[in-house]
Ligand binder design. Structure first.
Ligand SMILES: Cc1cc2nc3c(=O)[nH]c(=O)nc-3n(C[C@H](O)[C@H](O)[C@H](O)COP(=O)(O)O)c2cc1C
Length: 191
């Protein structure tokens, strides 16, 4: 039986555990096409998506992350630390069948850039919900390297801001829901 939207919203979970089983690219494309019906406040939709499915693409991303962490540290990483960072990111980026880098156009105007990030976040949530409906799990990550313009340049995504790195995977176990605050804690009337 198909689920209604309230069920999909409340039953969706972030899925951390990676399953390496392949996923048909047509399923991903279908999710992206539908997710693009997210609202946006500009003439063109502000989001872009780099779909990483081949090992070489994913490793290129991992290398860019390692280089970024080296820059953040301000001195060369030891070989051991480099391997450690590489291994950790390979588990997160190379192992899942798909890693999506979702970016948005940034033009240097506060209001327009705010709207672009907001619209792209709505687009990402559509991806999460559509993936859940298709039986797939997503984890939306925002690590420090997303603010490193050199990472974006290294990946050929100049002029864009990464809004999320999404791992997409099949899953067997559904994590418990993170409890949400009761409405009374965060809703108020203005009178
Ligand atoms: C903007 C944003 C950034 C996030 N970044 C990370 C992250 O870097 N690492 C991570 O493990 N989860 C990340 N998450 C996932 C959250 O941890 C997760 O959504 C939250 O714990 C609630 O769980 P749920 O998605 O299963 O409801 C992020 C979520 C959002 C919306």
């Amino acid at each position: 039986m198909t689920k209604n939207i309230a069920e999909i919203i409340t039953e969706r979970r972030s899925i951390k555990r990676v399953d390496e089983a392949p996923i048909d690219r047509a399923v991903i494309n279908d999710i992206l096409e539908k997710a693009a019906f997210a609202p946006f406040h500009s003439k063109v939709e502000p989001w872009h998506v780099a779909v990483l499915s081949k090992e070489a693409e994913k490793r290129r991303f991992v290398n860019a992350i390692v280089n970024s962490m080296e820059r953040m540290q301000g001195e060369p990483l030891t070989r051991e630390r480099r391997e450690q960072i590489k291994d950790g990111n390979e588990r997160k980026i190379v192992a899942p069948p798909y890693t999506l880098i979702v970016t948005t156009d940034i033009i240097g105007s506060g209001k327009k850039d705010f709207e672009a990030i907001a619209a792209t976040s709505a687009f990402i949530q559509n991806i999460q919900l559509l993936a859940w409906e298709a039986g797939l799990g997503v984890l939306w990550r925002t690590n420090n390297f997303i603010f490193d313009s050199e990472v974006v340049a290294e990946l050929g995504l100049d002029g864009q801001q990464i809004v999320g790195c999404l791992q997409i995977t099949q899953f067997n176990e559904i994590p418990d829901a993170k409890p949400r605050r009761p409405l009374s804690e965060w809703v108020k009337d203005l009178d």
